[in-house]
Design a protein around this ligand. Structure first.
Ligand code: F6R
Length: 366
């Protein structure tokens, strides 16, 4: 059942090209320039008139939600708030019939996310689910939704479910943007073409596995890791840190790169590995200076860069060169080396990769 892989987690990381292709199949055409998520089409008027989106989720699904905020605000130009379901449900949130509440959950059974949905429903919002497990509780509690079609995810650490959640959020943002006319037809086509190419580019990224394994062997005994990213790569930094904590039991934090100087920079010394997601073209110079700040304090920089980025290569201790893509889609590529890095470090430390201590695949109690 592991298809020749040593662990489900590794199998699921390698399935990402296929499941992303499955997630977009029949839902878009780059050559014809259309996007169609059934749930969005069904409620298009209500979604179009919404004054605000609220995204609610837990854990890795929350990180996908943070990306949803960038995608929906950038493309569809609607205000978005992202909330941990556990906080949202207990603070008497202001929700009206003009809100769309997006609930994201791999299992479709997370207790806090379900409770958040019930509150939002009572307050008349439109509830849209993005779930993986077909027929689970969350899809049954929502008005509309889209399945991620990632297939069963067995490894407790979520990988392919995250990628497909991000794909659905991208399609949703694009479909609303197209309906509203908030992006140009040419830009829309360009993003759709790039989205279509993502599975191929993930395959190329997976070829870096041996190099990532080598990097893992250098840092497997570290006690702390810092992950930094800007813009769309900030949620990826959070996700990379969570993956490492979950399966290797190494303490890690994900931070917006520019926040480093407001505190975490005090942690940096020659022992500290700092993973920097550096693919953003729009912030390249700023990322270069963030890397210089780390190097000035002798931190060890592992940078994920676009192929051919000689400037960062000259500064970083290790560079992982991945294919370039449209910036808003780059999380689908930058997350992959981080998944592999945590996998290899965990394996070298001898932890139970598929069933880490203290964790359950689906958290049905609050
Ligand atoms: C992380 C992980 C958890 C889940 C969280 C939400 O790898 O697996 O953080 O993401 O428990 O679960 P779902 O998405 O099923 O609601």
């Amino acid at each position: 059942e592991k298809g020749g892989f040593e662990h489900f987690m590794l199998k699921e990381i390698y399935e990402q090209p296929k499941v992303i292709a499955d997630a977009v199949r029949g839902r878009m055409s780059a050559s014809e320039g259309w996007i169609k998520l059934g749930g969005v089409s069904e409620y298009i008027n209500r979604i179009n008139q919404a004054k605000r989106f609220i995204i609610t989720a837990c854990g890795t699904s929350y990180h996908a939600g943070l990306l949803g905020e960038y995608l929906i605000e950038e493309l569809a130009r609607v205000p978005v708030e992202v909330e941990y379901a556990s906080e949202f449900r207990y603070r008497n949130p202001i929700i009206t019939e003009n809100d769309v509440v997006l609930a994201i959950s791999q299992s479709g059974e997370t207790a806090d996310t379900l409770a958040a949905i019930e509150i939002a429903k009572e307050r008349q919002a439109l509830i849209y689910g993005i779930c993986n497990v077909i027929g689970s509780s969350i899809p049954r509690a929502t008005h509309a939704g889209s399945y991620t079609h990632a297939g069963p995810e067995i490894g407790v650490a979520s990988t392919k479910a995250f990628s497909t959640q991000v794909v659905i959020l991208t399609l949703m943002a694009l479909q609303i943007a197209q309906h509203k006319g908030s992006i140009s037809t040419s830009y829309l086509r360009q993003v759709l073409y790039e989205l279509q190419n993502i599975p191929e580019k993930i395959k190329l990224t997976l070829k870096l596995d041996a190099q990532i394994q080598e990097i893992a062997s250098r840092f497997k005994d570290a006690t702390n890791f810092l992950y930094l990213g800007r813009g769309v790569n900030f949620p990826v930094a959070m996700e990379g840190a969570l993956k490492l904590k979950e399966i290797s039991y190494i303490h890690a934090e994900g931070y917006p790169a520019a926040e480093m100087k407001h505190g975490p920079i005090a942690l940096i010394d020659e022992q500290m590995p700092v993973v920097v997601l550096a693919t953003n073209e729009s912030a390249h110079d700023k990322i270069v200076s963030n890397i210089q700040e780390v190097k000035a304090r002798k931190g060890k920089v592992i940078a994920v860069v676009n192929e051919g980025d000689v400037e960062i290569k000259a500064l970083a201790d290790y560079t992982i060169e991945i294919p370039a893509t449209e910036e808003i889609l780059s999380p689908l590529l930058t997350v992959v080396p981080l998944q592999l890095l945590s996998y290899h470090i965990a394996l070298m430390r001898g932890t139970n990769v598929d069933q880490p201590r203290n964790l359950a695949k689906s958290v049905t109690v609050e």
